[in-house]
Design a protein around this ligand. Sequence first.
Ligand SMILES: Cc1cc2nc3c(=O)[nH]c(=O)nc-3n(C[C@H](O)[C@H](O)[C@H](O)COP(=O)(O)OP(=O)(O)OC[C@H]3O[C@@H](n4cnc5c(N)ncnc54)[C@H](O)[C@@H]3O)c2cc1C
Length: 453
Amino acid sequence: MKDAVIIGGGLAGLSAAWRLRHWDIQVLESDHRIGGRIMSEKRGPYVLNWGGHMFAGEGSSTTALLAETGTRSIRIPGSLQGMAMNGKFITTGPVQTYPFRFPMPLSSRLSILKTGAKLGIDVLRYTRAVKSRPGETGEVRQQRIYDFENDRTFADYIGHLNEDQKSFFLPPVTRSAADPDQLSAGAGIGYFSLIWNIGQGLGRSILGGAATLTEGIAQSVRDRIDLGADVHEVVQNADHVVVRYSKDGVSHEVKARTAVLATPAPISHRLGVNLPDDLREALSKIVYGPHVAGAFLTDETGRMPYDNTYGIAVANKSFSVALNQGNIVRGREAVRQRGGSMMTFSPASLGRRLWDQDKDAIAKTYIDELDDIFPGFADIVTEARVEKFEFGSPYCFPGRRHLQPILTRPSKRVFLAGDYLGTLYTETAINSGFSAAQEALSLLSTQQQRPTT
Ligand SMILES: Cc1cc2nc3c(=O)[nH]c(=O)nc-3n(C[C@H](O)[C@H](O)[C@H](O)COP(=O)(O)OP(=O)(O)OC[C@H]3O[C@@H](n4cnc5c(N)ncnc54)[C@H](O)[C@@H]3O)c2cc1C
């Protein structure tokens, strides 16, 4: 019997595997690669990236994992406040000045300022409400984040928006993978807090690409990872767990003292066949929006308009965010090297609209649209690839707060991990992986000390 079986080799499962690496463990991953929604590949000094790429900093579980695994990260250089709208690209200066700098009628400028003022007040209210309080646990703070304005949608909160207001305010909100009528008001306000209060939240990049972390952990437990192992049932018994899976068309069963279930919530709902009913129901209620992401390698030779900018909100295109991955290299070089790397992504309804299209066709649309924003871009692309993620990101919807106490209640032998257990994506994935490993370790060490009969 194994000490622990970990189901899912994404960031959450691998974080648990890392902390459990000195025990007899097995990681079962259905895909033929490790990492889940962490997906990056190196090209010389550049990185092509399709998944999570911005990581939490000081005081986070991410920092702990990076330190323990010897993975190097840097503060993301350049502006996160680039924006392309109505034919113009702006990247410097306070965001409050943007409505005066994009071409649009005076009435639109005024309506944007009005909505901006309303959001500004509530971002302050949010920042105060979610600030860590002395002596409180991370769980208590997480519950307060879910509680904030969780009874209505962002669309209800923000009210009717004209086209310019939509172009200006919605790209940051849809990054959550939800449309405004799906996302809770509090989560929408929280997104503006994340973007406007630079420095908090997710501001670091992993050198060599995000997959450096997941592949590094995989290396350290490599003989205990089963790729292509599609788990279909996890049964929790009084003194052990049975995990059933198939690999290469053959059925397998493994028994373990504990299990970490680190798959997206709807899958965990399906696999955890005898988890408590209310827990299974809570898992079934978690919702994700899709992400379609593109990565583009370029052979640019000189200064580009997006130099010194990392994050670019984009209005009225098939993607709502462009991420200048090349800026990680720009921030560290003395002389500008040839080349660059750009990422685009289409969350929520933008992703759904592209979902059924062929990946090459989507890549072409992305390149054409990048060329609209940065004329000449199409001519410098040397490699392009699109990836689709059905479970792009879980989002906070009205009523989500009621699920949190059920999802985080102590469990017997099957411990949950995954980004859906909190609001900080990769940080939540790592933190929940650590917590699940800790719970498994407590159980394993107690059992080990018990005299055998
Ligand atoms: C385009 C994009 C951009 C993003 N940007 C950011 C960002 O900048 N910052 C940030 O913090 N987050 C970002 N995220 C989110 C971040 O990537 C995720 O929060 C995080 O990687 C989730 O990790 P996880 O382990 O919880 O889930 P996953 O990565 O989904 O891992 C779950 C694993 O379980 C496996 N699995 C599923 N079913 C089974 C089964 N039946 N049997 C065995 N294995 C199974 C899957 O194959 C997968 O490997 C982004 C995501 C995307 C898609």
